[in-house]
Design a binder for this molecule. Sequence first.
Ligand code: GLC
Length: 592
Amino acid sequence: MPSAPAPAGLRRADSWWKSAAIYQLYVRSFADGDGDGIGDLAGARARLPHLAALGIDAIWFNPWYPSPMADAGYDISDYRSIDPVFGTLGDADALIAEAHAHGIRIIIDVVPNHGSDRHPWFAEALAAAPGSAARERFWFRPGRGAAGELPPNNWQSIFGGPAWTRVTEADGSPGEWYLHLFAPEQPDFNWDSPDVRREFEDVLRFWFARGVDGIRIDSAALLCKDPALPDVTGAQPPGPAHPYTDRDEVHAVYQSWRAIADEYSTGVHGAGVHGAGEHGAGEHRERMLIGEVWLPDASRLARYVGPGELHTVFNFPYLNCPWDAAELRRVIDEALALNAPLGAPATWVLSNHDVDRVVSRYGRPDTSFDLERRPYYHSLPVDLALGTRRARAAALLTMALPGSVYLYQGEETGLWEVQDIPDELRQDPIWDRTGGADPGRDGCRVPLPWSGTEPPFGFSPAGAAAEPWLPQPKEWRDLTVFAEWADGDSMLSLYRAALRIRRSVPAFAAMLLSWRQAPDGVLAFDRPASASTADGDAASATTPATVRCVANLSAVPVGLPPHASVLLASGPLADGLLPPDTTAWLQALRAG
Ligand code: GLC
């Protein structure tokens, strides 16, 4: 724990990822530098000063690699380059160096479960015969039925439809089937193949050597399959007996990846392509791994984290949790209990590129979320004013919790889920593959509004050749970065203030939390600056360094506990009372 705030960007040099604020940058929707209607690295580079001023510690880039874009870049055809629509490898190098100069670390997405049907290995596999080594890198199998006309088993694609597609062999005859847990353009790699293991280890080294600070591992629990490829029975929970979710063999993969991350953290390989002096001697070079692991069972999730394996995993139960004090407290306690014994920080995430935006979720009569029930949630009415008030309160609650926090671009300006994208403009494969039953994820991926009063709102430069790749609502004129920067009451001003305080107050860097008694529907906890004040009777142990967070999720105003000052509140306080759907950060009174 630092005794005094360090200069921006250089603080938390040791284990920076434990309490970092990480900004998820969905590159095709962030900022378009070249006017083709699609965000790119030039756009991201130009906005780095803005991100630095926002006060984040790291950026997680969604996939930026060459891709046919069948799943917005999660279908990668070359893991060691940049898609031309986003820029070049030179742009990525420049971006990494410039971000580092701003004190911002870079986390990139690696997708190991599957590649693209345009990956050279897949082309090789298609050209090769059944049973060949080239096919062994994927899951090719003969079909069932008299003429192999049925898929090898009953697995379903997570995007809808069967998880198998039949190929035409080189001689033109109907041939084997290959496995794709997502779209047909995303063939699953076979992690029993030594080629696959070696390849990804090399990909990690490639990016770590270029100066990348962390890796977000896509679909991390799905890599290993039961080679017998048995049918899935409905009731099978994820775990060792499941044919493809959370099998025990997957841990060996991440143990080897952790060893690689550690090699680069300890400087065995120098400081990257930008030179050893880039960050000062050995400063903030620690590399981290974060897994995208969706598992219902906390004890199974725990197996992914800790020394020797991943540094952190995403906390999806928090994201899915309804706006309800008791439920949130349960989920928070579970996350802390899961991570603490492993020495891992919890992570807190309210939204990402796969889920409905938080303003819309919290404005519905049912504030829970579940990826698999998106059509139901989209059928509910949305009260945007209510959702926005709650999202503000949730932002302060989230940023007060111990651990690292992930902010999804646009969350900081209060963008809502765009639910009325015209069908013909929808891009997400989920829409097509479910025959339109599921609207998919386009509504949270609409390009950001930066400035001006009409689309493209500064997302693309003046005179751009193309419109933004998804249409922006006209009402976003009030939610541009420019408009919100100047407005002290905006969501952006709240995020900036919260990030600044979170970064400068030592209690926020300590991993401590102690709950306080609070009325029904209210969450109240202390963030003491040292362990001695976290134990025992919190009321008598507080020091001025303690920060107290009080979130009112009830329907009535509540009194605030005695405090020296209000550091920040998500909405106006009324006569010293904390109104419904409002959170306040308080500086504690000296005890005694
Ligand atoms: C992850 C990504 C999602 C992608 C899927 C397949 O869940 O977050 O966007 O579609 O993996 O790669």
